[in-house]
Design a protein around this ligand. Sequence first.
Ligand code: ADP
Ligand code: MG
Length: 720
Amino acid sequence: MAHIRFNALDIVQKRTTERIEAPSNKISEYFQTDVFSLDQMKAALAPDVFKKVNHAIDKGKRIDMDMADQIASAVKSWAMTKGVTHYTHWFQPLTGATAEKHDSFFNAKKGIEVFEGSMLVQQEPDASSFPNGGLRTTFEARGYTAWDPSSPIFVWGRTLCIPTIFVSYTGESLDHKAPLLKAVEAVDKAATKVVQLFDRNVVKVSASLGVEQEYFVIDKALYSARPDLMLSGRTLFGHNPARGQQLDDHYFGAIPSRIYNYMKDFEIESLKLGIPVSTRHNEVAPSQFEVAPLFEDINVATDHNSLMMDVMKRVAERHDLQVLFHEKPFAGLNGSGKHNNWSLLTNTGVNLFQPSNSARENLLFLVFLVNTIKAVADNGDLLRASIASAGNDHRLGANEAPPAIMSVFIGSELTAVLNELEEKGNIKIDKGDNMYMKLGIDKIPNIIMDNTDRNRTSPFAFTGNKFEFRAVGSDQNVAQPMAVLNLIMAEQLTEFHKAVKKEMDKGTDKKIAIVNILRQYIKESKKVRFEGDGYSEEWANEAEKRGLPNIKNTPRAIEAFVSKKSKDLFLRHKVMTPQELEARNEIYLENYMMKIQIESRLMGDIALNQIIPTAVKYQNTLAQNAKNLSDLNLDNSEIVKNIQLISGYTKDLRTLVHEMIEKRKELNEIEDHQERTNKYCDEVKEAYFDKIRYAVDKLELYVDDELWPLPKYRELLFLR
Ligand code: ADP
Ligand code: MG
């Protein structure tokens, strides 16, 4: 059995790496070459059509069929010059992966290549095969994908890909993208109204996103010898290697050449697709890395993150590597996340989270800063729900990742500013006074980035001119946390605007009204601000005193989506209906339960089929040895002890696995989804996984290395 492992090790030793060269030293020469960009569209369309299309895209308006026909024809001509034969609507269903259904341009009846406006605008994949949370009964299992013109069309391989949203026949969202687009619209509306208190020229506020993506890369052959990695994305067993990340020598270290070539390769492919990748480096754990593109409009950045993950998976194959996006592929080592850098920008080019030298502009900055803090303070439960997954549960609160407690870090300087503003609460401001000076908000340094970026333990940190949501899982579609963030911000800004107006109606000066309300918010949201070590136990205790929730697992966390408060909120801003939220909750519960079920089955299979037989084999060798020693009248007590140890762990393992199987059978009878999922979490995962793993990892330590069937951590992590 161990021959698979040794075969893999052999293959890895013999690997060579091919040097990857970019098509040009100038990225500008190949950036976006596989994208039907606005420039391409402009060149291909009649000027008046282009103007109309551009306007429709900008304003999120409908594109009529006549326009669609002209665009489709231009897209087809462009695509065919690139050797493209098929097209697909590209979408992000709730499975977590991206989805495609390829159709040929070739129309056999007409005998020519055809691509019409209607094919661009709408397609009908069979929705019954995608998760829908019971939104539709199977006999009306129709869903359709609808073109999202705000995200550019691209060519991937020989296929034209059209970014779309995926909805049911009756209009309910079945994907990650539709709610995001709606939340972005809501935050635009609310933020624009608030900014207009300061500047009437602003007519649009858009959200920006830059996603830092962490990942592991290991050799394909070793990966293939680990059924747990292949089927569940993480190692369910594996004794800690003598050397892990304790030397801290991997972070920012020299990138190993095989990985370097892989990175270069997927970066080139990404750049061609218009994904502006710019940063690459080693991460903390061995074999862990990070890639980050420049920030973009949130909708495009979201598509680009999903697309880049696809590109990374496919390019890895060319290098005989396997990329791991799971949040915790290796126990005992750092997990992976996605830092979501988020800000709000006006159509006049102002970043609303950028402190400035001008006191007046700083009031606007404080409005957005304080409202964000307040939004998180009031909706920590929803933010927590938005990042809940079986994988991320291993990471949140595991001493190396942000805890499951949602708190905000803003740095000492801004803390001082907010404290001063709060304390000077009763200062009277007279006509002719410099209000900003009196309140101590006249001197917020323009650049505070260096001071704010030091705390890496916070799940939600202000980093100079943006907020960084760091608790997002590495394997997750960012659309959901970003939809929630923009939604709660929309709600908060709407409330703020109302409150200011109300004060103003009473005759209060606008600026004073704003400051008064900010002060009130600072007080009310103080509990969510935390500047210390988020990984520490003291923080968990302190947070409990402050009444902040610390929800450790997914089934409990996602309940927040279906609370009355959440349903009202989503409905008020037209992001999702209560039915859509219920459906999603159902899908996530099911998904979580199935993931635990798969892991549990895998543990059982590997233990019974691979680990126990290996242990028994080694035990027999030892028994023979003990017998030989005793035949020679020599002391064999050490060997006997060893045999007892191994048989002890083997027995534990067998018992635990059988108990766990029985437990699963019992739980599978439970009708209620929430209850069944909760129990899978508590009575399968929590009750058995660590215990089973403990026994296996001990056996790994005691059994002869030559017999051990699974590639070990030191091999997975250090060979490349
Ligand atoms: P760090 O690792 O220090 O957090 P990186 O440079 O790796 O920083 O990543 C920062 C990310 O934040 C990049 O994607 C960058 O483009 C993005 N970013 C910078 N400014 C903004 C902004 N105003 N809004 C959104 N994202 C931003
Ligand atoms: Mg970061």
